[in-house]
Design a protein around this ligand. Sequence first.
Ligand code: HEC
Length: 147
Amino acid sequence: MTRLSQFAAALAVATVAALPLAARASDPTDIIDYRKHVMKTLGAQSASMAMTLQGKAPAENFVLHAEALAIVASTALQAFKEKVEGGGSKPDVWAKWPDFEKRMTELATNTAALAKAAREGGVAAAGPKVQGALTCKGCHDIYREKK
Ligand code: HEC
């Protein structure tokens, strides 16, 4: 193969590989499932992190759970962007989108700061910030259907 045809072949492979990444979810069930998965992961990571602080789980995992929480929180806003009412979400999520967006962005910012403090200063630095970073209930009280 010439260099040019090698390049063209590589480009074709790259293009095909990139396609699924560019595809948008459009099935409403997928959209709701995805945001539920993201939220459940937030729940699991918060609970795991709390257990490391309470001496019920390995303390050395505190930093990793704080980091996982921050990463998942950074995916959460995107998971709600498409307006698909239902699941456990109240219609206000989309009717009051600027407020919802602000709250979800704050969660991502605060958990990122928590993870940074945990990495740099461990439990001593990050422990006191945990409660303030977990603004979960404040949002659920407004935007999540009561069970
Ligand atoms: C900005 C608003 C907002 C924030 C902040 C938020 N949530 Fe949620 N959460 C929601 C909404 C809305 C739903 C309902 C999603 C759906 O089913 O459509 C939800 C659903 C959930 C669920 C139920 C998922 C399921 O299986 O049905 C869990 C668990 C959860 N959140 C945990 C958390 C935790 C833990 C945090 C904090 C670390 C958090 N959430 C922060 C809005 C938020």
